[in-house]
Design a protein around this ligand. Structure first.
Ligand code: SF4
Length: 301
């Protein structure tokens, strides 16, 4: 019997949905991650610290050591958390001390910005569920805030890849968040909010340069951190169409290929995809290699 994808779509599947064949191979043969990477945990802990900063009113002694201590306590809790897979620290990863030092600076600069201090947080790290067309979706929104009368939807990024303007404006991740905020359920409740702005918040921009870089003096922050875009009510039908198109093939078990150079170049399942194309299926050896490649990819993330 043909393999079918059942259950809800999750926001982290968006990248793979671009090519239904990639979606099939990864969903079908990938296994739950046995480890969490340092990057994943660092992002999670920074998010938790930001939540605490807003809850606690930005700290009594708003200093770098205070925020570094906040991060150290949060990462210690995460390391002791036995409900989640253990953290895998590789030789090339930054040390715990380096992460804490950087986090102290990032969070300190975050806490200095008036646009962060003066806002009202409406939702933080909120789980959502929402049907888009006939397809159930779920995920988590980092933050929704109100500032100067506007509702602002924020996605915090802990990596250092600056957003690309076209994907910022049209990317499905923000579109889905925008739609869910209006029509979805957050922690089981409808919120019915229309975001006036959608923001890619680049936390790494708050980390000052250690030395003069491209004519910019040492000690200067790396960027504005705040990259805003929008979605509009008029775009809602477009968002639904885009999402439905991405979901309908995989729901029907039609795993077509989208072999464009920019999609295939970095595709983790390309060898299995080619074998499947040439032989009309996968044998045990190819499946074993594919499973191994997917595990290695998880660990390298
Ligand atoms: S190699 Fe290209 S066509 Fe094949 S699964 Fe990957 S992205 Fe899709």
């Amino acid at each position: 019997m043909a393999w079918l994808f059942e259950g809800a779509f999750h926001q982290h599947m968006l990248y793979d949905l671009i090519c239904p064949k990639r979606f099939e191979l990864k969903q079908r043969y990938g296994r739950p991650q046995e480890y969490r990477t340092v990057g994943q945990v660092n992002g999670l802990v920074l998010h938790k610290c930001i939540e605490t900063i807003h809850q606690d009113g930005f700290g009594v002694s708003c200093s770098e050591p205070y925020f570094r201590g906040l991060y150290e306590s949060a990462i210690a809790l995460e390391q002791a958390n036995t409900d989640e897979p253990p953290i895998r620290w590789r030789d090339k990863d930054p040390s715990e001390e380096q992460l804490a030092e950087d986090a102290g600076k990032i969070l300190f600069n975050y806490a200095q910005k008036p646009f962060n201090r003066e806002c009202e947080v409406l939702l933080s790290e909120a789980e959502w569920k929402c049907d888009i067309g006939e397809y159930p979706w779920e995920g988590r929104i980092d933050q929704v805030r109100k500032h100067n009368g506007q509702v602002i939807l924020i996605d915090f990024k802990s990596g250092n890849n600056k957003p690309e303007p076209y994907s910022l404006r049209m990317g499905l991740q923000f579109s889905i968040y925008f739609y869910a905020l209006r029509y979805g359920f957050f922690n089981g409740e409808p919120v019915d909010l229309m975001a006036d702005k959608v923001v890619h918040y680049q936390l790494h921009d708050h980390l000052p340069y250690k030395r003069k870089t491209n004519g910019v003096p040492a000690g200067t922050e790396r960027g504005p951190a705040w990259y805003e875009t929008e979605r509009t009510e008029a775009e809602m039908p477009l968002i639904v169409d885009e999402v439905k198109r991405n979901c309908s093939d995989v729901r029907r078990g039609v795993f077509s290929r989208r072999p464009y150079p920019q999609i295939c170049r970095g595709c983790q399942v390309k060898e299995a995809c080619l074998y499947d194309w040439e032989h009309g299926g996968l044998d045990d050896k190819v499946i074993r290699k594919l499973r191994q490649a997917l595990e290695e990819e998880d660990l390298a993330a």
